[in-house]
Design a binder for this molecule. Structure first.
Ligand SMILES: NC(=O)c1ccc[n+]([C@@H]2O[C@H](COP(=O)([O-])OP(=O)(O)OC[C@H]3O[C@@H](n4cnc5c(N)ncnc54)[C@H](O)[C@@H]3O)[C@@H](O)[C@H]2O)c1
Length: 311
C-alpha cells in the first residue's frame, strides 16, 4: 500500500449481500456501520492469543496417548481439562496435570459410542466445570485386518468409536457452547478439534486398515461440514491429521507387527515418527483465539508423508 496513514475504516465493504427479497432500502437499513477497529493486532499479543486461561476444554481419549499430551498442552496455557476415557486407570502422567499446573482437571470414565452414557458425562462436566469452551476428540481405535475377512461387528465398532464418537461428542459440546453465557475470556461459541489421521488421505503401508481409513475420512469431512454449519454460532470446527506418532497405540501395533516400526520411522520424508510434543502448539493454536478466523480445515502434521515419499 502506498499511503502512509492507516485508514480508520475497513478497506473491504463488510455490508452483507442482499438476499432474495431484500430491497436496497432494507439492505442499507440493516447494514452494519463500518466502525471495526483495525488495530487490535497492536493489543493482542501472541502470548495473549494463545492463552486458554479460564476456559474448560473437554478431551475424549485423554487418559493416555495423544489425548494426554493435549491435556498437558491445554493446562500449560492455563486451561481447565475434563478428560473422557473408557479406561479405568489413566497413564501415571495424568496425576502430574493438576499437581503441576494448578488448573482444574477431572477424569470421567465413559464411552463415546453410547450416546445416553456420553450425554450424562457431558452433563456431569457442565455441573463440575460450569461450561465447555473447547473439545478435542482423540478417542480412537485402529483394528488391522484384511478387508475381505473383516467381521461386521468389528467394522461397526471402529466406526462407532472413531466416527460416531466424534459426532456425538461434537453435538453435545456444541449444544452447551451455544446455550452458555458469554464471559470475558470467551465471548461466544467455542472451538472443536477432531483428531483425524493421515489415513484419511493415503492407505497405510504394511497395514490393512480399511475401516480405520474410512472412519477418519468421515471425521475430516465432518469438521469441514460443521465448521460451515456452526459458523454463525461462533463455534469453529477443525481437525488435525497426524502421521505416525509415537504413542501407546503405535507401540502396541509395533509389538504385534514388528515390521511396522521400520515403516513408521522411515516412510515419512523427515525420516522419523512424530513426537507428541510436535502436536502441542497446533492443538493450542486451534483451541485458542490465535485461530479465531480458522475453521473447516484439516492440519496435516505428518513429516511430509501426505505429500510424497523419498525414493
Ligand atoms: N498414534 C498415531 O500415530 C496416530 C496417528 C494419527 C491419528 N491418530 C489418532 O489419534 C487418536 C489418539 O490415538 P493414540 O495413539 O493416542 O491412541 P491411544 O490408544 O494411546 O489412546 C486412545 C484413547 O482412546 C480411548 N478410547 C478408546 N475407545 C473409547 C471409547 N469408546 N470411549 C472413550 N474412550 C475410548 C482409549 O481408552 C485410549 O485412552 C486416535 O483417534 C487415533 O486414531 C493416532
Amino acid at each position: 500500500m502506498s499511503s502512509t496513514a492507516e485508514p480508520s475504516v475497513p478497506l473491504v465493504d463488510a455490508t452483507p449481500r442482499a438476499i432474495d427479497g431484500d430491497s436496497p432500502a432494507t439492505k442499507s437499513a440493516t447494514a452494519p456501520k463500518p466502525t471495526k477497529d483495525i488495530n487490535t493486532y497492536l493489543r493482542r499479543t501472541v502470548h495473549n492469543l494463545l492463552s486458554l486461561e479460564g476456559r474448560t476444554i473437554v478431551i475424549t481419549g485423554g487418559a493416555r496417548g495423544l489425548g494426554l499430551a493435549f491435556a498437558f498442552a491445554v493446562a500449560e496455557v492455563g486451561g481447565n481439562v475434563a478428560i473422557i476415557d473408557a479406561l479405568d486407570t489413566p497413564h501415571e502422567h495424568f496425576y502430574k496435570l493438576e499437581k503441576d499446573y494448578g488448573v482444574k482437571v477431572k477424569l470421567y470414565k465413559s464411552d463415546v459410542t453410547k450416546h445416553p452414557v456420553l450425554k450424562a458425562t457431558f452433563d456431569d462436566i457442565v455441573n463440575d466445570f460450569g461450561r465447555i469452551d473447547g473439545l478435542v476428540t482423540a478417542a480412537g481405535i485402529c483394528p488391522d485386518e484384511p478387508f475381505i475377512q473383516r467381521d461386521p461387528d468389528s467394522v461397526a465398532r471402529c466406526f462407532a468409536v472413531n466416527t460416531l464418537g466424534t459426532y456425538y461428542s461434537a453435538q453435545l459440546a456444541a449444544a452447551q457452547m451455544i446455550k452458555q453465557e458469554p464471559t470475558e475470556f470467551n465471548k461466544k461459541g467455542g472451538s472443536i478439534v477432531f483428531i483425524g489421521s493421515i489415513a484419511a488421505y493415503v492407505a497405510s503401508k504394511g497395514q490393512t486398515t480399511s475401516d480405520y481409513c474410512s472412519s477418519k475420512g468421515a471425521v475430516v469431512a465432518l469438521a469441514k461440514a460443521l465448521g460451515v454449519e456452526l459458523a454463525g454460532t461462533g463455534i469453529r470446527v477443525n481437525s488435525i491429521s497426524p502421521g505416525y506418532m509415537l504413542t501407546d497405540m503405535t507401540l502396541d501395533l509395533c509389538d504385534r507387527m514388528p515390521w511396522l516400526a521400520d515403516i513408521m520411522n522411515n516412510e515419512p520424508p523427515m525420516r522419523r515418527m512424530g513426537d507428541r510434543a510436535d502436536l502441542k502448539v497446533p492443538i493450542v493454536y486451534l483451541l485458542s483465539d490465535a485461530s479465531a478466523y480458522h475453521t473447516s480445515d484439516d492440519l496435516l502434521i505428518t513429516g511430509g508423508i501426505h505429500a510424497g515419499r523419498l525414493m
